[in-house]
Design a protein around this ligand. Structure first.
Ligand SMILES: O=P(O)(O)OP(=O)(O)OP(=O)(O)OC[C@H]1O[C@@H](n2cnc3c(O)ncnc32)[C@H](O)[C@@H]1O
Length: 173
């Protein structure tokens, strides 16, 4: 099966490879437009970005499966949540969607995002290191390394691949 990943972010590529281990697969990663803001600011917008990336990956990579994984934030009355969403697209089905673990960002980070900054650069500044979004992620920083970004996306991917194989099973009957 030819699986096209709509991102070159290593945390996302690792997650996709982790979750298709049981299937004979070829992986291709492409930079695909999310079609939403650089910093999605709601579940709705983040889901849309994931679906656009999955569909774009499928089309641009001419694959069997397109995967879109998207990080965003979502405002609540308790504070700003970090959220992660994923979508799996095929040629013959509506995209499958799943979301990952979420937690409240510290207020000093949240205020900067509300003022229009992007989480990637804000985290580099906050953690005093480069490429946080390509390594442990904000989740890795704020959980003291207990959960990293690739693990969060791996869980999203398992929800997607699990639903995909379930639907394949239903079709076969
Ligand atoms: O290369 P792509 O696939 O675009 O990966 P990305 O990490 O840059 O882009 P996302 O669309 O997933 O995330 C939107 C923005 O939020 C940032 N972001 C999301 N989750 C993050 C995390 O856990 N740690 C640091 N930055 C994060 C990210 O760097 C972007 O600036």
């Amino acid at each position: 099966m030819k699986i096209i990943i709509g991102s070159k972010n290593p945390t996302k590529i690792t997650a996709v490879k982790n979750s298709f281990q049981h299937l004979e697969s070829e992986f291709i990663s492409l930079d695909v437009q999310s079609g939403v803001s650089e910093q999605p600011f709601s579940d709705e917008e983040t889901i849309k970005g994931a679906i656009n990336r999955a569909k774009g990956a499928l089309e641009q990579g001419n694959g069997d499966i397109g995967i879109g994984l998207e990080g965003g934030v979502h405002e609540t009355s308790h504070g700003l949540l970090l959220c992660n969403w994923g979508a799996l697209a095929t040629l013959d089905m509506e995209p499958i969607v799943a979301g990952g673990a979420r937690f409240l960002l510290p207020e000093e980070v949240a205020v900067r995002l509300r003022a229009g900054e992007e989480l990637g650069p804000v985290m580099e500044d906050y953690a005093k290191k480069k490429n946080v979004s390509k390594q442990e992620g904000a989740v890795g920083v704020f959980t003291n390394g207990m959960v990293n970004r690739a693990e969060v996306f791996t869980h999203v991917m398992k929800l997607l691949v699990g639903q995909f194989t379930y639907q394949q099973k239903l079709k076969a009957h």
